[in-house]
Design a protein around this ligand. Structure first.
Ligand SMILES: [Zn+2]
Ligand SMILES: [Zn+2]
Length: 268
């Protein structure tokens, strides 16, 4: 059942385990498809502590494509998680455009230079006005990212909630979220249901049920991802993710082959 489209590898320098063990966990957990989506090395030079070096990209590709050749099941997809960095994207996409990707996941982990989801900066969140500023900037970047139409999937939609900090009022942000869902529906960007939030201080799936209901109402499609950084996390909490999708109204999810979407009924 289901497809796990958010899986990392050792190359990102903060994951563990042999890529083959991620595939084996998927088989044990009856995951129909897995997609590797390691952190993109492009834009080159951006926060190199947390991603492969551009020189390691051929190894990443070879790792995923040789696993695909080796295992008949599960289906193995070749994806990548790309940070939306204003000013750096044309170059980033020009480096990636000729590669045989099945999907691009667009994610935001930095509001300008602030790595807001890094545990090292959690104390910054407690300062006056930071939650308001980060959420606003995040949502504005997200709108640009989704409007670009260059991605197949939006990664962890409401990531700024990771440590449990919110602005005093979410009204304006919620309005923007509705607009973003509308844009995603119109240009075919799917929204990822990412279970890693359950393993973080917020203890909640990304996105929240209320965002997912908005996404459903606006007609956006969904994918699933564990954000596994270790083999035991593949397919983690997918029964909860499935229940959330159904609660929001969904009866189908999306898989991608060479960037082409296909809708699959959700399992019972
Ligand atoms: Zn990561
Ligand atoms: Zn991410």
């Amino acid at each position: 059942m289901l497809a796990d489209y958010h899986i990392h590898t050792l190359l990102c320098r903060h994951a563990r385990g042999n890529p083959e063990d991620y595939v084996k966990t998927a088989l044990e957990r009856d995951i129909a498809e897995i997609g590797f989506s390691d952190h993109s090395p492009y834009p080159a030079g951006h926060d190199p502590r947390f991603r492969m070096d551009p020189s390691e990209f051929p190894l990443y590709k070879k790792t995923v494509l040789s696993l695909r050749a080796k295992f008949a099941k599960p289906a193995i997809k070749f994806g990548i998680e790309i940070d939306w960095i204003p000013g750096g994207m044309d170059k980033a996409f020009s480096m990636l455009k000729d590669e045989p990707f099945d999907y691009f996941t667009g994610s935001i982990h930095y509001t300008d230079e602030f790595p807001f989801d890094n545990p090292e900066v959690e104390r910054e969140w407690r300062k006056n006005g930071v939650a308001d500023k980060v959420w606003r900037r995040y949502i504005s970047l997200m709108k640009d990212m989704v409007s670009s139409g260059r991605f197949n999937i939006i990664g962890h939609f409401d990531l700024p909630k990771k440590f449990g900090y919110y602005p005093d009022s979410m009204d304006e942000i919620n309005n923007s979220i509705s607009e973003i869902c509308k844009i995603a529906a119109s240009n075919g960007t799917a929204i990822e249901i990412n279970t890693s939030g359950l393993r973080r201080p917020v203890g909640e799936i990304y996105p929240s049920l209320s965002i997912l209901k908005t996404a459903f109402k606006e007609g956006a499609s969904i994918t699933f991802g564990s954000d596994a950084h270790s083999p035991c996390e593949v397919g983690a909490d997918f029964s909860k993710a499935l229940a959330l999708a159904k609660q929001a109204g969904y009866s189908e999810y999306c898989v991608f082959t060479e960037k082409k979407p296909l809708k699959i009924p959700l399992p019972i």
